[in-house]
Design a protein. Structure first.
Lengths: 549, 262
């Protein structure tokens, strides 16, 4: 080989080495905890603890936080996205389906990718998107019209775009995808439109669907007998929040949404598997290895789409591969994530739809008489907002709605393709009939329901006992996610426009910043050039904090 | 002169009638003059699902500019207007005429007026012009409530009350104000740690602050860290209009209030 060609080859190799050095390999995602300066998945790592070992900002200096930069979105509405940060670059989705690449130190934008949704797209509850996933130099975004798109992380150029579900039938996607090995895993929303929910894995290079596992088993499949007749065809079971993965067990865990129609359980007798369940799947094949159903034959819209939080803990004297789950139905669960075995279920808010669980972990239902309130109400004891687990404190943290109930009305509904298939919308229990009630999001800066209808709190729960260790009360309800750090801090927000740093061990408020808009995303943290930052979204602004210098 | 036996008979008959009326009232506690029957509301709920939901949607707000559940319309105000639109449609729009029986039309209106609650109360909506006169005159509502920039600020400003309250809620407010006072409007009495007292109507509250309009119509924002005690009253100072206005007059006042949309 001529000398010049050798030099050229060396240059190419060097260039590609440089390129590869920046790539987010599967191995890097596996070991995300070893590079806490980055935030590589929706919840910060496969165990979905929304915990970072970064500790430059800690309980002693958090009062010195200041705003470093702000990035506004041009679109109004609850901005629920969780950013990723890779080697100083932040990747973030903006409502409805734009992606931006931002200098994580300065907030200056490198590029913006704009996606135009099909006019057929329909979503029940807002044009939300919760963020991108990354593998190599490719970003993956699930869209409102149920497409999965791949975008070049360096240029913002579209690489491919595949339809994952039919928006005309009410399929949509709002979640951040989960990359496992060479697959991009996504679930579909549409639980209010009579969809048949599913989880699918796409080839990370081509977008080709490799497997699809329905959350509603069809004829011949295990669990199908939990449905009557053809009810399964429109049985709901959406998946709209990102799951978790245990590489040692090679199981990926996903929470499944409500059955359809939402509020008419008599219309679909049976347990309605796998709605309101957690399913554990083999990521290679999509085969369901085990499931646990939190709310059989749900009539309360208790979607179980919460983030499955994984940790290896000492559970009552036994080293346990645990899954912790504060469910929309008001119970905090600990499951054995290897087998799905129920270990404990303890109410974390007032609950009256069930009195507890039998030895097998099946809830003992106590349906309330017609016209009487059911606790927790329709939006749940908690909902999709990210919980956190700190391995340092051993506590599980969740945003909860307290003293909140709904009165359910049962009304049969007929399925019509692409139209709402839900039943009669429940009425929130208020001191005065017809008084305002907290719905999804907060459109105005006035809390006109007050704590007489519902109020929020961050709860710190000891997974060993299910008991509350401390509670940080808020006057309004909260949809904020929670972040814990190696500095023993818990970052959270709420609807009132305050951003907080709490002492993760005691719940004491150490820092409060008035940010104005509601916080409806999960705060995250990263560092660039040795400086730690904390990012949170308030209203239409992404706000990044760092220590005052 | 009426014989003693006849007088006893009349007295007994009156007692029986009064008892029957009482039992009837207990069986149908929501069926007062000026309201639709519960059966109408339920029937309306079924008719709405079958006939109207396709275009107007599950919560009645799928057509731009219209929110049936909250009584927000483009062209109509009274129940008569609603009946006309349902039976004749609206030319040049997607709203077709519906060949419904008068009782069915009545039911759909009842369901709409019940705020889409099949178990809710649906109130008859009278004449807004007459209601406006009652508001300023006989009812003396304007002596405390402000509307569109006129009147005192002691009580809540009603300029948009028609957009935020259902007819049923408005009727209950007029008949029994304390039972309907929205939690946010509750009067508060705050004693600060320095001894200063603030009394007024609550406008907003969060974890750390509370905003009130005080009795001198000043806007005051209070940091809760400086508060010694705060009492939130649940009794309204507004008089109850039960017996002060007739059922028809109250329907008219409700019609007027529903026209106030900010």
């Amino acid at each position: 080989m001529p000398k010049r060609a050798l030099v050229a080859l060396a240059l190419v190799l060097a260039a590609s080495y440089g390129l590869h050095a920046q790539q987010v390999t599967y191995d890097r995602i596996l070991r995300a905890a070893e590079e806490p300066q980055n935030w590589l998945t929706y919840s910060g790592g496969y165990f979905s603890q929304r915990y970072s070992s970064l500790k430059q900002i800690d309980t002693s200096n958090v009062r010195n936080l200041e705003i470093k930069w702000i990035l506004p979105n041009q679109v109004f509405g609850a901005w629920q996205a969780s950013p990723l940060v890779v080697d100083g670059i932040m990747y973030l989705t903006m409502r409805p389906n734009d992606i931006v690449a931002v200098d994580a130190k300065s907030g200056r934008v490198f590029w913006q990718y704009r996606y135009t949704n099909s006019p057929d797209q329909r979503v029940c509850c807002g044009s939300n998107n919760r963020g991108v996933a990354i593998l190599g130099d490719t970003l993956y975004m699930a869209t409102l019209d149920a497409h999965l798109v791949a975008v070049d992380a360096k240029t913002g150029r579209l690489l491919w775009n595949v339809e994952a579900g039919d928006p005309k039938l009410g399929y949509s996607m709002t979640l951040s995808p989960l990359v496992v090995k060479d697959k991009v895993i996504v679930g579909v929303g549409g639980g209010e439109y009579g969809i048949r929910g599913f989880l699918a894995a796409h080839d990370a290079h081509t977008g080709k669907e490799l497997w699809r596992t329905y959350t509603i088993p069809g004829p011949g499949e295990k669990g199908h007998d939990s449905w009557r007749g053809e009810d399964w065809m429109h049985g709901g079971g959406s998946i709209w929040v990102t799951g978790s993965y245990d590489p040692a067990l090679n199981l990926t865990y996903w929470g499944v949404g409500n059955p359809g129609p939402d509020w008419t359980p008599a219309q679909r007798p049976g347990d309605n598997l796998y709605t309101d369940s957690v399913i554990a799947l083999d990521p290679e094949t999509g085969a369901i290895k085990w499931h646990y159903q939190f709310t059989p034959n749900d009539g309360y819209d208790y979607d179980s789409v919460q983030v499955p939080v994984l940790a290896d803990i000492d559970f009552r004297g036994t080293p346990t591969k645990a899954m912790m789950w504060a469910n929309r139905n008001g119970f905090f669960y600990v499951l054995d994530r290897a087998t799905g075995k129920f270990l404990s279920g303890t109410p974390f808010v007032k609950v009256n739809w069930a009195s507890g669980h039998d030895a097998n972990g099946r809830p003992i239902p106590t349906p309330q008489p017609t016209g009487m309130p059911t606790f927790p109400g329709n939006q749940g004891g908690t909902n999709w907002f990210s919980p956190s687990y700190s391995p340092r404190t051993g506590l599980f943290y969740v945003s909860a709605w307290l003293d909140y109930a709904s009165i359910y009305r049962r009304q049969e509904v007929q399925y019509s393709a692409g139209r709402t298939f839900a039943g009669a919308f429940p009425i929130t229990l208020t001191p005065v009939p017809g008084a305002p009630a907290p719905g999804i999001g907060r459109a105005r800066p006035i809390n006109n329901w007050t704590d007489a209808v519902a109020h929020g709190a961050v709860l710190a729960i000891d997974p060993k006992t299910g008991q509350q260790k401390w509670r940080f009360d808020q006057f309004d309800v909260t949809e904020s996610g929670n972040l814990t750090t190696g500095g023993d801090l818990l970052f959270t927000g709420g609807r009132e426009g305050y951003f907080y740093a709490l002492d993760a061990r005691t719940g004491a408020m150490l820092y409060r910043s008035t940010v104005g808009g509601q916080i409806a995303n999960g705060p995250m943290t990263y560092s660039v050039d040795g400086k730690q930052y904390v990012a949170v979204i308030s209203g239409n602004s992404l706000i990044v904090y760092g220590l005052r210098e | 002169m009426v014989s003693f036996a006849r007088a006893v008979l009349i007295a007994v008959a009156c007692l029986v009638m009064a008892f029957a009326a009482r039992v009837g009232a207990q069986q149908n506690p929501q069926e007062h003059p000026g309201q639709y029957s519960q059966a109408d509301v339920e029937a309306g709920s079924r008719l709405y699902s079958a006939q109207c939901q396709l275009c107007h949607g599950l919560t009645g707000d799928q057509v731009t500019g219209i929110d049936l559940r909250r009584g927000q319309f483009r062209r109509v105000s009274s129940d008569e207007d609603l009946a006309r639109v349902i039976t004749t449609g609206v030319q040049g729009t997607a709203m077709p005429p519906f060949a419904l029986q008068p009782t069915e039309v009545n039911s759909v209106i009842a369901f709409i007026r019940a705020g889409f609650d099949p178990a809710g109360t649906a109130v008859k909506v009278g004449n807004a012009a007459r209601g406006r006169e009652l508001f300023a005159g006989k009812g003396a509502c304007a002596s405390c409530h402000r509307v569109n920039g006129r009147g005192p600020r002691v009580a809540p400003d009603l300029s948009d009350v028609g957009a935020v309250r259902s007819p049923g809620s408005l009727q209950r407010s007029v008949l029994d104000p304390s039972s309907q006072m929205m939690p946010i409007n509750r009067p508060v009495r705050i004693v600060m740690k320095d001894g200063k007292t603030i009394a007024g109507r609550r406008l907003n509250e969060d974890t750390f602050t509370v905003q009130v309009i005080d009795e001198q119509e000043r806007l005051v924002s209070v940091d809760k860290s400086g508060i010694k005690s705060m009492t939130v009253e649940t009794k309204s100072s507004m008089p109850a209009y039960q017996g002060k206005l007739t059922a028809d007059e109250i329907s008219d006042v409700i019609a007027y209030l529903l026209t106030l949309r900010g």
